[in-house]
Design a protein around this ligand. Sequence first.
Ligand code: ZN
Length: 162
Amino acid sequence: MADTRQLYQEVILDHNKKPRNWGVLEDATHKAEGHNPLCGDHIKLTLRLAGDKVDAINVQGESCAICKASASMMTTVVKGRTQQDAEQLVQEFRNMATGKLDHESKPHHLGRLTVFSGVRDLPARVKCAILPWHTLRAAFNAVASTTTEAEEDPMHAPIGGA
Ligand code: ZN
């Protein structure tokens, strides 16, 4: 669908030109680094929880355009949400990007994040789009460093309680 593709390209360009919440939080309560050796993406995520809400979240690093746009958009969506809601989004985003969630017929909370649904047809880019979400989950779970390599993939572990 041309419209979706066009929107996707606009989002990628916009977030690369002006990445939101870019930088490192000085007073972070949670942080993690994420690597995607397949592409060379390397990001650093810092966030501050106030109670169970994400009060502030920043990302910085060296990455391709898809990873950067996904990270930038993630920060805007996750900010102000509870950790539980954010973890649910991590799961839904991953399922959408890997083609396990049909976002057009199944209920979800992804909202405008569905612009990234096209990566499911681009196997080499799936990990680029997922890396920020992966890293967010690592930060919540106090895992200092994470990678998209399958054998160390923390996403294979079930989310606590879910
Ligand atoms: Zn990448």
